[in-house]
Design a protein around this ligand. Structure first.
Ligand SMILES: [Ca+2]
Length: 176
């Protein structure tokens, strides 16, 4: 496995490497067939690229730790939120999609998220749904301050994207 690691690392830093000067063209007489073991390495690189690519509709960020003391007031519950973004070109209907943690489920009603960077915030507490802002209606916090995983499920129940975080002193929000 050791020989695969530099290739995977190269994929993760591809954006930086893309700016490097192109290598010189290899003359025909120096070209060789790609050995089978190197083809295997390339297959691993393709797999890594597929795993790293986030879907167009995905978690954007989560304020898992409501700023200030966790008093469980509705105002405090609503400053705990998780946000979605849709970087695709077309709006997506979220009706029947779900956001889940280990034991709780939020099911989207008749909601559409706009395309080209459309955002949507799901607040933990109670409130009246408005454009871009939805309310879970929970009487307690959903996202653990000490670390948690949020999963976005499609209407068919397929895991579409996840957001995982750990605990870090002084931090209340993370990008997904
Ligand atoms: Ca929390």
């Amino acid at each position: 496995m050791r020989r695969f690691l530099p290739v995977i690392a190269a994929v993760t830093t591809g954006a930086v490497l893309a700016g490097a000067a192109p290598a010189r063209a290899v003359p025909a007489h120096e070209q060789q067939a790609v050995p089978a073991h190197e083809q295997t390495v390339r297959t691993y690189a393709e797999s890594a690229r597929a795993v790293l690519a986030a879907p167009a509709l995905r978690f954007h960020s989560v304020q898992y730790d409501s700023p200030g003391t966790d008093t469980r007031t509705n105002a405090s519950l609503n400053t705990e939120w998780i946000s979605l973004v849709n970087t695709g070109t077309t709006p997506v209907s979220l009706t029947g999609w779900r956001i889940v943690d280990k034991s709780r489920t939020y099911t989207f009603g008749n909601v559409t998220i706009g395309g080209r960077g459309g955002r949507l915030w799901l607040h933990t507490g109670k409130g009246t749904n408005a454009k871009g802002h939805l309310y879970w209606g929970s009487g307690n916090y959903v996202w653990n301050n000490t670390g948690d995983t949020a999963t976005l499920l499609t209407k068919a129940g397929k895991a579409h994207h996840t957001c995982t975080w750990g605990q870090k002193a002084g931090r209340t929000v993370v990008g997904c």
